[in-house]
Ligand binder design. Structure first.
Ligand SMILES: [Zn+2]
Length: 148
């Protein structure tokens, strides 16, 4: 997906601001994410760690939860900001959760103070498992061969 530079800046600014509210007392690895919807709204999320480490939720999934909880389903892009301005790509679980709503979503990664990379979620999670696989018959619609 193409994304205008002014939208990239808007999303990165929102993700940076959100990142300041991350709850990361164990790793000190604070992350902020911002999701753009089809109606132009922006929803943010932060990583929320837990003393029971597997209960931790990433910033991207927190942002999806905020967007979907507000009724949004048309998720167009996500920006992710991690520590020290280095690119912080979504983890595998987050890629899967993002793909639920748009497998071609634009993923914006901060790279330095004024830099960024825009990737497609398709690049980050090729061959994603999606709802269409839940109704697969061998060789039929939704089968593996349909992904090529
Ligand atoms: Zn994640």
């Amino acid at each position: 997906m193409e994304i205008a530079p002014e939208l990239v800046v808007r999303l990165l600014d929102a993700a940076r601001a959100a990142r300041l509210r991350a709850y990361a007392p164990y790793s000190q690895f604070s992350v902020g994410a911002a999701i753009l919807t089809g109606s132009g709204e922006v929803f943010v999320g932060v990583n929320i760690e837990n003393a029971s480490y597997p209960a931790t939720i990433c910033a991207e999934r927190a942002a999806v939860a905020a967007a979907v909880s507000a009724g949004a389903r048309d998720l167009l892009a996500v920006a992710v900001v991690g520590p020290q301005g280095r690119p912080c790509p979504p983890c595998g679980i987050c890629r899967q959760v993002l793909a639920e709503f748009n497998s071609e979503m634009a993923v914006v990664l901060e790279d330095g103070e004024n830099g960024w990379h825009v990737l497609s979620l398709t690049e980050l999670l090729p061959g994603a498992f999606t709802a269409r696989h839940l109704t697969t018959s061998p060789g039929g619609e939704g089968g593996w061969t349909d992904q090529r």
